[in-house]
Write a protein that binds this ligand. Structure first.
Ligand SMILES: O=C(O)CCC(=O)C(=O)O
Ligand SMILES: [Fe+2]
Length: 242
């Protein structure tokens, strides 16, 4: 891993994205997949094109009910995230200016071949820093521009290929002004140095020599800092009951 995030910045994209191919080890990947697989069944929310787990819980009115993240999601990973300086001129880490100086929320999304997520923005509940760790399989995250009338361009402007065990960090205008999504396809095609923004930063391109690959099940861990956190004592105020 590089000593500074800046060395892993994805060029040619709006500000700002970083891609670290080998953020976790194969052992850590297997450990995390095992923990996700053995989570109690009601933890999963099944949507039509993916399923997800939310840790420590869903947000209510953009607010997180204060609770710690489980150790298996934070151990080594959060300290690794917060010990990476951005650059020599900016020695701060990526969560230094976030309200809690570390992620307090993790979304786990699982995509089988053919599944995906519609282009969207992540909204105002989170500090605009998103750290996504990929497990199991590769896929492309697509970045879309919005038109002046607020509609989204139909074709993605850029693609980021996320390999298993990689970390993708998106922030700044990429968070606030652009949309991201994952195509509902069983294969990603037309892959190469001119069509994949992070091609130079990939661990290996040999798998994509034919310019395509078949999707496998891919699980992502999305670490973010929820801005508003309420203590248990404020629960009634939060739910507007009394
Ligand atoms: O799975 C991913 O990499 C993207 C997930 C995502 O965009 C979201 O849950 O908001
Ligand atoms: Fe998102």
């Amino acid at each position: 891993m590089s000593s500074f995030l800046e060395e892993d910045r994805i060029e040619g994209l709006p500000a700002t994205a970083f891609y670290i191919a080998d953020f976790i080890t194969a052992e850590e990947e297997q450990y995390l997949l095992g923990k996700i697989a053995t989570a109690p069944k009601p933890r999963w929310k099944q949507l039509s094109k993916r399923r997800l787990q939310t840790w420590p819980s869903d947000l209510t009115k953009n607010t997180l009910l204060e609770a710690p993240l489980p150790g298996w999601l934070t151990d080594t990973i959060v300290s690794r995230l917060t010990s990476l300086p951005i650059s020599t001129s900016e020695p701060a880490h990526i969560f230094q200016n976030s309200p809690h100086h570390a992620p307090n929320h993790v979304l786990i999304n699982e995509y089988k071949p053919g599944e995906g997520i519609m282009p969207h923005k992540d909204g105002t509940a989170y500090h605009p820093v998103v750290c996504t760790i990929s497990l199991g399989g590769s896929l492309c995250l697509e970045i879309f521009e919005s038109n002046e009338d607020g509609t989204t361009e139909l074709k993605p402007k850029w693609r980021i290929l996320q390999e298993p065990r990689s970390l993708l960090i998106t922030t700044d205008q990429l968070y606030t002004d652009y949309l991201h999504g994952i195509a509902e396809t069983t294969e990603d095609v037309d892959l190469g140095p001119s069509t994949v923004s992070n091609w130079k930063l990939l661990r290996s391109t040999t798998e994509y020599e034919k310019g395509r690959y078949d999707r496998q099940t891919r699980t992502s861990l999305t670490y973010r800092d929820v801005i508003k956190v309420s203590k248990l004592g404020n629960k009634f105020a939060m739910f507007g009951k009394r």
